[in-house]
Design a protein around this ligand. Structure first.
Ligand SMILES: O=C(O)[C@H](O)C(=O)CO
Ligand SMILES: [Mg+2]
Length: 255
């Protein structure tokens, strides 16, 4: 059966994280994943995960100065110490709550050789630290409408970063929403990098709402990815169009 992970950066994000975890459990999600949980003590998140029995699949490194336009800094030359501080923080939080993946946010760059070298240096650091506790580091191509100028926007760019680093615990976050916008042909794209994928996410295109309308037929696509071998929960990373609970009927198509 296809299972889902509730992305609590978008779902129930008006609630304290422990309550959002309980809501995800009650709605039938098999896992949760986080964006930037750092305002909530890890012990509170861990207690809610233990109470519900839900695993947490992952979380993101801090983005830096968001008001100033940052979206991560791991590929910004000259900010290595800051990036590595965010990596340490994310890995410590992941360890405390038992999350196995940390998504390292690259930031906006000119994709120069310096940016690529800085990204590789920071990812090598992240992977080496993550390996000490058997964790995986993720990088994610983001689409050029929502995140114009983000360091990686395609699977080929992510694969280039993976090749530069060449460590087995660096994987790709395959977000169907971003990749449909940037590349399309999602099944072929998935097959071309399947063994390099660490997590799969999805949302409607366009709009990023519930995955029940738009360009991508998820009730066909997600079972097909499962048939091809993807067995972990798919990350529901969408922005509810209206009231959160009213939008959950999309799950029925998979039951
Ligand atoms: O926006 C996304 O798709 C991400 O997965 C994220 O975590 C923040 O950019
Ligand atoms: Mg995503």
């Amino acid at each position: 059966m296809v299972e889902f992970s509730a992305n609590l950066g978008f779902l129930w994000n008006d609630l304290p994280l422990p309550d959002a975890i309980r809501k995800a459990k009650a709605a039938g999600f098999a896992a949760v994943e986080l964006h930037w949980p750092y305002d909530t003590p890890a012990a509170e998140v861990k207690a809610a995960l233990d109470e519900t029995g839900l695993p947490c699949l992952g979380l993101n490194t801090r983005r830096g100065d968001v008001a100033g336009g940052d979206n991560g800094c791991a590929a910004i030359a000259g900010r290595e110490a800051e990036a590595q501080g965010y990596i340490d923080e994310a890995l410590a939080y992941a360890r405390d709550i038992g999350a196995m993946n940390v998504h390292v946010m690259a930031g906006f760059t000119d994709q120069s050789a310096d940016a690529k070298a800085s990204f590789a240096q920071n990812l090598r650091y992240a992977c080496t630290q993550a390996a000490l506790t058997q964790r995986t580091i993720l990088i994610e191509p983001l689409n050029h409408h929502d995140a114009k100028g983000y360091h990686i926007a395609t699977i080929a760019q992510a694969q280039e970063a993976l090749a530069d680093v060449d460590l087995p615990n660096l994987k790709i976050m395959f977000d169907c929403y971003h990749l449909q916008i940037m590349q399309g042909d999602l099944v072929t794209l998935f097959k071309g990098c399947q063994d390099q994928i660490g997590h799969v996410q999805f949302a409607a295109v366009p709009g990023r709402g519930e995955p029940d309308q738009g360009e991508v037929n998820y009730p066909w696509l997600l079972p097909e990815l499962a048939r091809l071998g993807w067995s972990a929960p798919f990350g529901a990373e969408y922005k509810p169009r209206g009231k959160m609970e009213d939008g959950l009927s999309w799950i029925a198509a998979y039951r």
